[in-house]
Design a protein around this ligand. Structure first.
Ligand code: NAD
Length: 425
């Protein structure tokens, strides 16, 4: 039996949970929130670490490490994705769980924050190995999750197929189908129309709002997008539909570039056929590092954390950064970008579309009553636009960054719920 440990080289330059806690303290100072409350909110309610023995196709057994963390449940059951990536660490999962609390509160949906992760490269597993690993992970956290308790969803390296296995494993153990246990499910088993594209659609709505405020038309704007997964690929499609010129896109294998614009639909077809963007016709290769430094109107990091940091922030040449990914800009890079007049649309606002439509999926599942796609998208637009307007108003009145404005609104809501409930006992 072999044990898989964390990958030797990580994309994380700084401890993400340290960053999340420092951001919270800054918000506490800016908004005058009681220190005792900030202390409560700076910790995670619960963190579970499990080992996941998995039989491989060759008969050997590998043991993967998995985590499920609940940050806070003051405003409702906890909600957050499950990430499969070789660099996953407990502190990364804790940071992502805390950001989920703020994201749900900013959107004003009745959830707290959670996150899960498994230290694994899902691409290195066969379909059967991935399924066995997912089902065993679900069994190990079965007492932690549930429709009234903690509801997982997809994140990096997981998708609707993985959610279907989680749903099935949980339901088999309960003896009946439990639609509300997980979101991001396939449509055939209680998924929501519009969920797959929801994160990118939310980012588009936020970007449209910001472009209006900055008197920038998306029609004709140049956009560079890092990450061609769930978030990045649909965002590329949506901005192109709004008339933007997508000048660069990338996946983990590297990027493609054409200053005159990339045919996004051809990129979808190429990725489907070849599994990578590399070699897409009418494009030149570009590295993930150089993509971030392109001169463009909008830069959308939609892959992993900390890609914009103090080593490259002063060379970023964009007007707007829209954070499709969670935590792609470090606090020191935040300051440099701010000084350089770059508008940052923070993760908790820009990528909230995913959890908002997950909320719709959960409601539809609990009611066993499913909505039309137009209805989903219209309700998403309402919630995202309200959150954007509230954040923008706070940004202007407080003369702070969009990030601190968004976190401030969110943390105040969670703090109010905590005070109203009282500290048990
Ligand atoms: P995904 O697995 O579908 O796609 C990730 C993409 O990033 C892939 O194209 C992958 O090739 C690329 N990538 C991986 N490592 C990279 C690297 N080192 N450099 C450049 N690209 C790299 O994941 P996703 O669901 O699109 O999530 C992307 C980001 O968006 C994550 O930060 C995630 O937490 C965040 N997010 C996702 C959702 C959602 O609904 N899926 C919701 C909110 C936030």
């Amino acid at each position: 039996m072999t044990t898989l440990q964390e990958a030797p080289v990580s994309h994380l330059r700084e401890n993400p949970f340290g960053i999340a806690q420092a951001q919270l303290r800054r918000v506490g100072d800016t908004f005058g929130i009681d220190d005792n409350l900030i202390n409560v909110l700076s910790r995670c309610k619960k963190a579970v670490e499990v080992s996941i023995p998995t039989q491989m196709d060759d008969g050997s057994t590998k043991v993967f490490a998995g985590y499920r963390v609940t940050h806070n449940i003051a405003r409702g059951p906890s909600k957050g994705g499950i990430r499969y990536h070789p660099d996953v660490t407990l502190d990364e999962v804790k940071a992502l769980a805390m950001w989920m609390t703020w994201k749900c509160a900013l959107a004003n949906i009745p959830f707290g924050g959670a996150k899960g992760g498994v230290v694994v490269d899902p691409k290195s597993l066969s379909r059967r190995e991935l399924e066995r690993m997912t089902r065993r992970f679900t069994s190990e956290i079965i007492n932690e999750i549930g429709p009234e308790k903690d509801i997982p969803a997809p994140d990096v390296g997981t998708d609707a197929r993985v959610m279907a296995w989680i749903f099935d494993t949980y339901s088999m153990n309960k003896g009946h189908s439990v639609l509300g246990v997980v979101t991001g499910k396939p449509l055939a088993i209680g998924g929501s129309l519009g969920r797959e594209e929801a994160t990118a659609r939310g980012a588009l709505y936020v970007l449209r709002g910001a472009a209006r405020k900055r008197e920038l038309s998306l029609n004709g704007a140049t956009v560079a997008i890092q990450g061609f997964g769930n978030v990045g690929s649909y965002l590329a499609r949506f901005v192109a539909q709004d008339g933007a010129t997508v000048v660069a896109m990338s996946d983990s294998g590297g990027g493609v570039h054409n200053p005159k614009g990339i045919d996004v639909e051809a990129a979808f077809a190429h990725k489907r056929e070849h599994g990578t963007l590399g070699g897409l016709r009418d494009t030149e290769p570009i590295s993930n590092d150089d993509l971030l430094l392109l001169e463009c109107d909008v830069l959308a990091p939609c892959a992993l954390e900390q890609v914009i940091n103090e080593s490259n922030a002063d060379r970023i040449k964009t007007k707007i950064v829209v954070e499709g990914a969670n935590g792609p800009v470090t606090p020191s890079a935040d300051e440099i970008l701010e000084q350089n007049g770059v508008l940052i649309l923070p993760d908790v606002l820009a990528n909230a579309g995913g959890v908002i439509v997950s909320y719709f999926e959960w409601v539809q599942g609990l009611q066993e009553y499913f909505w039309k796609e137009d209805e989903v998208n219209a309700k998403l637009n309402d919630i995202v636009t309200r959150a954007f307007n509230e954040t923008w108003a706070t940004y202007e009145t407080r003369q702070t960054s969009m990030r601190i404005a968004a976190y401030g609104l969110a943390v105040q809501r969670v703090a109010e719920a905590t005070v109203t409930r009282g500290i048990y006992p």
